[in-house]
Design a binder for this molecule. Sequence first.
Ligand SMILES: Cc1cc2nc3c(=O)[nH]c(=O)nc-3n(C[C@H](O)[C@H](O)[C@H](O)COP(=O)(O)O)c2cc1C
Length: 249
Amino acid sequence: MIDAIFNHRSIRNYKNEPISDKILDQILQAAIRGSNTGNMQLYSIIVTKNNDQKQKLWEAHFKQNMVVQAPVILTFVADINRFHKWCELRNAGTAYDNFLWLYNATIDAVIAAQNACLEAEENQLGVCYLGTTTYMTEKIIDILELPQGVVPVTTVVIGYPAETPPLTDRLPQEAVVFNEKYTEFSDEQINEFFAEKENLEYVKELIKENQTENLAQIFTQKRYKKQDNLFFSNSFLKIIEKQGFMNNE
Ligand SMILES: Cc1cc2nc3c(=O)[nH]c(=O)nc-3n(C[C@H](O)[C@H](O)[C@H](O)COP(=O)(O)O)c2cc1C
């Protein structure tokens, strides 16, 4: 498993080869074994293999090709619906239709997703997370017919890799790990931590292509722009209210 972790790279091109039921089941079991809040399992996993469903998801995920290419798409959702139903049936009242528990349920969903990814990679499968789940939440709720108390958190495509991309860079360990207490960064440290990334050949090419001054500007001016972030952030707030997670009074 440790080899799988250190060899991780997101795969965006897949072979036309199905995943056996046995391996898929193992991946789902690994997801389910993950730690979770209060052992309440406040997540669900929607498995998509059907081509019509994939086509709809492909549209929702900004037409990222891997959604139709990969044999299996797993959508991990935060889910208080099942637990609330149980509480109601047992005359226990309900307590989780608020923002804090969306947060907890989201953590559960992400842990399950990463366990699934690790088990998939351990079985020589490739994976890629889809952040478009957070942008297109409402559409995905429609496609997967998610009821009240359920919000999509993340999506993972899984299949046999048709590519072996290079490992991507990471910030040095001292940039992301603190001993005992967080210590604020000096400008010099920030320069030093990001230097390796900024000096990669492909990054220099990207800067040319994007006609920006530097890599940070590619993020803020091209990839994840403030106006888009505000739009999606506000629509997300409305959706979580609609799905019943904002009863905060
Ligand atoms: C929450 C999340 C959302 C992501 N969304 C996308 C996506 O929509 N499309 C994509 O091609 N890669 C996506 N990725 C993959 C990241 O770009 C990738 O993990 C990162 O660049 C590091 O590369 P590596 O996974 O190959 O190490 C996502 C990853 C995460 C964790």
